[in-house]
Design a protein around this ligand. Structure first.
Ligand SMILES: [Zn+2]
Length: 178
């Protein structure tokens, strides 16, 4: 066998190769090389740089990881959202609304005031107007509870949006680097 000396185009190391071999992998840097036999000289030509390939693979993995994170965020939010939704009388689910809670509270409190007025004007015993007061207090408590729920929902939604936007931006960047 005839041995030729070639310089690795990947790392510059001197390699000794069998002249009959066309392709070789550098022992030092792992580059795939083609051995080119010119009339005057034998040299190597780089087929692919392993380092470059690994970079591209790790970038692909970065994209996949971010896509997984995004899907997980969406799943988590779907669950969290489901837990915070309110069910109306006809069974439809909707996100808690602060305005709706306030309007409901005002209507209920209005009914309590109307009740007290009626009971007083009819000269009903003290327990009747007192019931109206309890009704108003309950209406206010339910309205405050509703507003609190709506605020909690909005906070959770905006936190999720921020995380999602950040992930989308990271994903865009990772894809562009490809
Ligand atoms: Zn090399």
């Amino acid at each position: 066998m005839k041995v030729a000396k070639v310089c690795c185009q990947g790392c510059g190391a001197d390699l000794e190769v069998d002249e009959s071999i066309r392709f070789v992998t550098c022992n030092f840097c792992g580059s795939r090389l083609e051995i080119v036999h010119d009339p005057t000289t034998t040299h190597s030509r780089l087929l692919e740089e392993i380092g470059e390939k690994t970079d591209r693979m790790s970038q692909d993995l970065g994209v996949i990881r971010l896509q997984n994170d995004l899907e997980q965020l969406d799943r988590e939010w779907a669950l969290e959202r489901e837990g915070m939704m309110t069910t109306s009388k006809d069974g439809t689910r909707s996100k808690p609304s602060a305005a709706g809670s306030v309007i409901g509270g005002v209507v209920a409190a209005g009914f309590g005031i109307f009740w007290i007025g009626m009971a007083s004007s009819m000269g009903a015993p003290g327990a009747f107007p007192a019931f109206g007061v309890i009704f108003i207090i309950a209406a206010i408590a339910i309205a405050i509870g509703g507003v609190t729920k709506a605020e909690r929902y909005q906070r959770a939604e905006s936190t999720m949006r921020q995380r999602r936007q950040k992930l989308m931006a990271d994903l865009d960047r990772a894809k562009r680097e490809d």
